[in-house]
Structure formats: structure tokens, C-alpha cells
Ligand binder design. Structure first.
Ligand SMILES: *Cc1c(COP(=O)(O)O)cnc(C)c1O
Length: 417
């Protein structure tokens, strides 16, 4: 249903275009925004208020799995809002059950808890791990290990879990019970587990990203994760994977952990799950039955609207063979970016990633920063997003075509020239 076919409601004014200055008068200025006003999207393209077209390799930060205005999403959103959109978890919700069933049948999980964002999904995982530690393992002071350069969200518990001081500064006191280790460093992890082992305090869970997204598009090491899985099995530690950015087909496999040859005890999803409709999920093995009615909840979590749309996103991944597309287009993108790297070896250190989450890593010693490259790419008509000061991140919709990838590579080349 296009906006033009809607019957106008005379008493409600359509949204007006804001200038950036006027916008900042009313909206809390907690974001550094590019001075672009985006108004419309179609597939992998978006248009700004001046009619300028951009190729969108941000996709709402790895979120718009099916791009913009995908017919299946338009249909799902319209159908669900006309039928039933929100009732609360006081009642049974068929769309929530259907989505949970799809996710369980397509993963190592036994059950799913729904919420509205990645941070909330990680909060649920942290609470579940703590309750399990207290009630099953009998640990008085459970510790959760997380990695340096990780990113797990912006709530108090998840900025504490996030191993980057810049997200924690001025927000203390932080939540107790977290300890940080360098990523992909097995010896450091084993030392931390031993060091934290006292009669009253023990490591109860390890929370990691299979590939660190925000922290610089840094893929996890297979041997590292396989040894962690062994360690967790030996010691009864829970392995929690944050799949908020790498899950839902982004890496060319449905879940990031499939790239590592392991299965987590708990994992979280959000970004790509609803294709841009807010939804988060915590997926877990059956020990999650330690959660009893009343232990955890969310008013909006798993409502018919979000779940109906997310189910359509899941089914469209299958129907349009989008995992295959993510693998093929990702390979094409990395090849193109590597050819550019060979042209500018003094500027670019490497290209790394899985499927359609890739990073162009700038050399530490050069002055050029990722935000500067992003600015130049935007001027060429390509939307990109930094992942830290030195990494430019490419996370297009999973429907991206070979022509669009080719066009993006050409724009990156012009941006660096
Ligand atoms: C984006 C992100 C989050 C936070 O998700 P929100 O929906 O912004 O709360 C958590 N973990 C990872 C790995 C992310 O990329």
C-alpha cells in the first residue's frame, strides 16, 4: 500500500521536513548526525529531502535486511496492523509462537524470549545467566567475562558488559560482576577464569561476539571459540554469544556461530531480525526454565506486529535465497575492496569480514580516519558507517545486487582518490 492510496485523515497533519537546526531544538543531542535528511527508500537506495539518491550500505546499521519498502514487508506491516498489533503478554500471541518456532527450528536454541532491542536481549541473557548461577550452580558472586573492544548496548548493564571505556565514562557506578579479557586471546581468558575462582566468586558466563562489529569488524578465531566451548563444558560456564549484529543471515550463514563451528548456550538477536521494525530476542537452551513467571518481562516484547513482520523477514530469507546472496555479494565486495587496497597499500591495511559485514581497515599511522572516508563516500552517493576510528563498515541490505556492489566499489575508489 503506497502512501498515496491511503485515505487522508483531515485532522492529522502529515510530518513536516525539519531543518537540522530546528530538529536539534527539540531532540536530545546525543547523536552526531550527518546533515542529511532522508525521506524515502526503495530496495538498496534512499533519497534525501533535496532529491539526491544514495546507495545505502548502512541499512539502518545492519538492520534493514530486506532493504527499503520491500513488498513482503509492506504487505506484512499492512496485514498485521489491520488485524491486531498489540495485546501484551497477559495473553497467548500466535505470531510470537510462530516466530519462536521458526527461530528454534533454524538454530541450536530450544526457546525464545522476545523484547525490543539488542541491549534488552543482552539484559535478558545477563539476568538468565545470573539466575542460573545462583539457583543451579550455587555461585554467590557470579562474574561474566566479556572482551575488550566489544559492544553489547547502551543500558547500564550492557555498557558495563561493553569492554570500551568511552561508553562508560561519566556513567558510573557501573553494574558489578563483569570482567574483561582481550578478544581472541585464549591464554588471557584461561588466566582470568583461574584468577576469578574463589570460594564465593566464580565465572558463570562468557559473553562474546562471534565477530566484533562496532569494535572494528574483527572476526572471531575458530580455534579460540572452539576451545572456549570446551572450557565452558568442562567448567559448567555458560557461553553467551551476542548475535545482534551478525545474526539473521548477515554473515552468509543464518547465525554467526555457524562460522565458528560451535553452539552457544544462549544467544541474542535484534538488528536484522525485524528488517527495521524494533524487535529483540534472547534464544536459549532448555535450562532457561529457571526463569519462572514474573522473573522477566517486556510490555512491548513479542507483540503481534513486530513478530508478524519478523516472521515475514525470516521467511523471505529462505524464499529469496538471501544467505547465498550474502555470501556471493560479500565475496564480490571483498574482492573489489582488496583491488583498491592494492592500489593504496600505504592507506589501507586490510579488508576483513564475513558475508555482508565487512570492514576496510585504514593504516594506524596515516592521518585519514574512517569518519572522513565515510564523509567522502557520502559525497559520492554511498552511505557507509565507521566501526571505530580506523575501520569503515559495509553492511548493505541482504538483497543487494551485483550491480549495486560494483557501483559501491567504484564510489569507494573515487572517495579515496
Ligand atoms: C547494535 C548492537 C547492540 C545494541 O543493540 P540496540 O538495539 O541498539 O540496543 C548490541 N550488541 C551488538 C553486537 C550490536 O551490534
Amino acid at each position: 500500500m503506497s502512501p498515496d492510496t491511503l485515505t487522508p485523515v483531515a485532522s492529522i497533519a502529515p510530518p513536516q521536513a525539519f531543518s537540522p537546526a530546528e530538529f536539534d531544538e527539540y531532540v536530545v543531542t546525543s547523536y552526531a548526525r550527518f546533515p542529511i535528511i532522508l525521506e524515502r527508500g526503495q530496495g538498496c537506495r534512499v533519497w534525501d529531502s533535496e532529491g539526491r539518491e544514495y546507495l545505502d550500505f548502512v541499512a539502518g546499521i545492519a538492520t534493514c535486511t530486506l532493504g527499503h519498502a520491500h513488498p513482503a514487508m509492506v504487505e506484512a506491516v499492512t496485514r498485521q496492523i489491520q488485524k491486531l498489533h498489540h495485546v501484551s503478554n497477559l495473553f497467548y500471541i500466535p505470531e510470537q509462537g510462530e516466530l519462536a518456532k521458526w527461530l528454534v527450528h533454524h538454530s541450536c536454541a530450544d526457546r525464545v524470549f522476545f523484547c525490543n532491542s539488542g541491549a534488552e536481549a543482552n539484559e535478558a541473557a545477563i539476568k538468565l545467566a545470573r539466575k542460573y548461577a545462583h539457583t543451579v550452580l550455587g555461585i554467590e558472586n557470579p562474574v561474566i567475562l566479556t572482551a575488550h573492544a566489544s559492544f553489547h548496548g547502551r543500558t547500564l548493564a550492557t555498557i558495563t558488559a561493553t569492554g570500551q571505556p568511552k561508553y562508560q565514562q561519566n556513567f558510573n557506578p557501573l553494574v558489578p560482576g563483569f570482567h574483561y579479557v582481550p578478544y581472541n586471546d585464549l591464554a588471557a581468558l584461561e588466566a582470568a577464569i583461574a584468577q576469578l575462582d574463589t570460594p564465593t566468586r566464580q565465572v558463570a558466563a562468557i559473553l562474546l561476539e562471534g565477530l566484533q562489529g562496532e569494535g572494528g569488524v574483527r572476526p572471531g578465531d575458530r580455534a579460540y571459540f572452539q576451545r572456549i566451548r570446551q572450557l565452558c563444558d568442562e567448567k559448567g560456564i555458560l557461553l553467551i554469544l551476542d548475535e545482534v549484529q551478525v545474526g539473521m543471515g548477515r554473515t552468509g550463514k543464518l547465525w554467526g556461530y555457524e562460522n565458528l563451528g560451535i553452539e552457544p548456550d544462549i544467544f541474542t538477536s535484534a538488528k536484522g531480525l525485524g528488517g527495521g521494525i524494533p524487535i529483540g530476542a534472547m534464544l536459549c537452551k532448555s535450562f532457561c526454565d529457571v526463569f519462572k513467571p514474573g522473573d522477566h518481562a517486556s510490555t512491548f516484547g513479542g507483540n503481534p506486529f513486530a513478530c508478524g513482520v519478523a516472521l515475514t523477514v525470516c521467511q523471505t530469507l529462505d524464499r529469496e535465497h538471501l544467505l547465498e546472496n550474502a555470501r556471493a555479494r560479500g565475496e564480490q565486495l571483498r574482492q573489489g575492496l582488496r583491488a583498491i587496497t592494492q592500489k593504496y597499500p600505504n592507506l589501507i591495511a586490510e579488508v576483513r569480514g564475513w558475508g555482508l559485514i565487512n570492514g576496510l581497515v585504514l593504516r594506524e599511522e596515516v592521518e585519514l580516519t574512517a569518519p572522513e572516508v565515510v564523509k567522502r563516500a557520502i559525497a559520492e552517493g554511498l552511505l557507509l558507517v565507521p566501526a571505530g576510528p580506523k575501520v569503515v563498515r559495509f553492511v548493505p541490505p541482504l538483497i543487494v545486487t551485483a550491480d549495486e556492489v560494483e557501483a559501491a566499489i567504484a564510489m569507494v575508489e573515487r572517495a579515496l582518490a
